[in-house]
Design a protein around this ligand. Structure first.
Ligand code: SF4
Length: 447
């Protein structure tokens, strides 16, 4: 039955059309709306589930908490706190059971629609609402616990671990062009300890890319960035990187950097699998490419790279187990800029503990000044997380370095924010980088 009801009967989130409301006994049971790439199922109370075109959950909103699903079916939970952004929340003990129960809502909505026929359209045009609901919810309803487990396992077979991503890359499609970390000796980092460093061949990269794209059909349309992994992937020779980038942009449409406004929207509408660029970590202590080589990468789609500077102090770097290549890091940022690639510089808050705190702050600020970061660059402040019994803790104990506690780190963050670009407002964004948040594969939504 097709009917029109007062839109105020269901105050649906803006931007979705059409919106179909399911009613039983005069009261609304659920509403379903669509916008490009997203199906939103709203249930009574403060409860909504978002699915992508493949029927996979993007996120669930329940009683003020937003649960983001990672591609391998783990969860990140956060709640908006007035004036303080988002705060982390505990996640369900059994994420698969949680996700399966949220997928089950799609199934019960369909069963209810098949039984009652009391469906009303409050926005947009829908020919046959029951068929319409099936067209948009069948895939989501098919994901029971077993199907979710299969999906996660299949994805894990396609990837080596993705233990960390920059905060603005959580919703990127990861393409692994190398394995492990070519340095792998920083005392504070164990992400790739057990993985021998290896650069993949072009054929391996293209096979991996095709397998990932095949698996993520219907999901990849929401991932508008490509991040090259594993660790400092830009070390890989251009002879491999350039054909790999070509393969990526033959399969995903690279948004021209100079498109803006209407022209940009038109491009995105005409190319559902658009990406705004390719991104990667980089380091300053292996052979640097020439400006021309970086320029080739920029022309092939590389937009920004992330450089773990950690500290401008050579003494602090020595404690961290990182090569003291401060001058090389400054030169690298300038070379990248000349080639048209922006840099996200990561500084480790609390590195060197209390004893080296002043030197860490002063010398890091000085190095950042020398880098002359601009509008397209970013500065990330990442708290040092000391692993119990780890190499950093052992070295700090040996050197009598007392860790900077949370309060001390807060003060250091404040000092960095005040000092960087002192006397003038920093023209580049300064953002937190929480490594404990990103220990999971690619959450599907950008926040
Ligand atoms: S911090 Fe970066 S360079 Fe150092 S070991 Fe970890 S991944 Fe490698």
């Amino acid at each position: 039955m097709l009917d029109t009801v007062d839109p105020r009967q269901w105050d649906f989130e803006e931007g979705y059309s059409p919106v179909v409301v399911l009613q039983r006994g005069g009261s609304a049971q659920a509403a379903v709306g669509v916008r490009p790439g997203v199906v939103r199922l709203e249930l009574p109370g403060d409860h909504a589930v978002h699915f992508d075109v493949a029927g996979r959950i993007i996120n669930v909103q329940r009683e003020g908490v937003s649960y983001r699903r990672t591609l391998d079916n783990r969860l990140l939970a956060s709640r908006r706190v007035e004036g303080r952004g988002w705060s982390r929340q505990p996640t369900p003990d059994d994420p698969l059971a949680f996700l399966a129960s949220e997928h089950a809502h799609a199934r019960s909505v369909l069963e209810s629609a098949d039984r009652t026929g009391t469906i009303r359209v409050i926005a947009g045009r829908v020919g046959d609402p029951v068929r319409w609901l099936h067209a948009h919810l069948d895939r989501a309803a098919a994901f029971d616990r077993e199907a979710l487990g299969r999906d996660g396992r299949a994805l894990r077979r396609l990837y080596l671990p993705i233990p960390i991503l920059p905060p603005d890359q959580y919703a990127s499609l990861v393409v692994q062009v190398s394995e492990g970390c070519a340095w792998n000796r920083c005392r504070f980092c164990t992400f790739y300890r057990s993985i021998p460093y290896r650069e993949r061949s072009v054929e391996e990269i293209v096979d991996h890319l095709d397998a990932v794209l095949e698996h993520l059909q219907g999901t990849v349309e929401r991932l508008h960035r490509v991040f090259l992994g594993q660790a400092n992937a830009l070390l890989v020779d251009n002879e491999i990187l350039l054909p790999a980038l070509r393969a990526i942009t033959e399969r995903l449409s690279l948004l021209p950097a100079d498109l803006h406004g209407r022209a940009k929207e038109r491009f995105q509408a005409e190319h559902p699998r658009w990406i705004d660029g390719v991104y990667s970590f980089i380091d300053a202590f292996h052979r640097s490419k020439t400006v021309d080589e970086y320029r080739q990468l920029a022309q092939a789609g590389v937009r920004r790279v992330y450089l773990g500077l950690e500290s401008g102090s050579r003494r602090v770097l020595e404690v961290l187990g990182k090569p003291p290549t401060v001058d090389e890091a400054v030169a690298l940022v300038h070379h990248l800029r000349e080639a048209g690639i922006a840099t996200g510089v990561i500084v480790l808050v609390g590195a060197g503990g209390r004893s080296l705190a002043r030197e860490h702050l002063e010398e890091t600020v000085a190095v950042l000044e020398r880098m002359e970061l601009g509008r397209r660059d970013q500065l990330y402040l990442s708290r040092l997380v000391i692993q119990e019994g780890g190499d950093y803790e052992e070295r700090a104990r040996r050197d009598g370095i007392e860790a900077l506690d949370r309060g001390g780190q807060d003060q250091q963050i404040e000092a960095f924010r005040t000092r960087v670009g002192a006397g003038r407002r920093a023209s580049f964004p300064i953002a937190p980088y929480d490594i404990t948040l990103s220990r999971s594969i690619v959450p599907l939504d950008r926040r």
